[in-house]
Design a protein around this ligand. Structure first.
Ligand code: ZN
Length: 153
């Protein structure tokens, strides 16, 4: 279906119950862009991730050259429960978004019962959403210890 070096960006490959939430967040963010960041919209940079791709990403910076991009072999992406939402100026995903974009993304995620998780180091963006669909962010367990380390999840 897809190669390990290619991100799947299709919303249709996410867990069914997760899809409407992602759709709602994208709609919120497009609305926000219209008012605050003209010429931009939001987009999914990655949705479902095969375990083979997760393994491949994990190898980067460890057994394969490059910077480390993930801290886990067990990503929510591989369950179809994470979507990386970023900006788009019309030519594809960009992580070069104003801080206010990410703040709005956090608010929208919470409004739709999702969590926002840092994917890379804190200098970069936070763009992953996941979380148990049957609980609210308020009751979700806090990530601590090694799980609190920023990384692609
Ligand atoms: Zn992610």
């Amino acid at each position: 279906m897809s190669n390990v070096d290619t991100a799947d960006r299709s919303i249709d490959h996410l867990y069914p119950e997760f899809r409407p939430r992602v759709t709602a967040i994208l709609a919120d963010m497009d609305e926000w862009c219209k008012a605050n960041w003209p010429g931009h919209k939001s987009t999914i940079s990655e949705s479902y991730r095969t375990q083979a791709r997760q393994d491949w990403l994990y190898a980067q910076g460890r057994t394969r050259p490059g910077d480390i991009v993930t801290w886990t072999l067990h990503s929510s992406h591989s369950s179809g429960l994470a979507a990386d939402i970023v900006g788009d100026a019309g030519n594809g995903p960009t992580w070069n978004c104003p801080d206010t974009f990410w703040e709005a993304l956090t608010r929208s995620a919470h409004a739709h019962g999702m969590q926002r998780i840092m994917d890379y180091s804190d200098r970069l963006t936070c763009h992953t959403f996941n979380g148990p669909l049957t609980t609210t962010p308020r009751t979700m367990p806090r990530r601590r210890g090694s799980n609190s380390k920023p990384g692609t999840r």
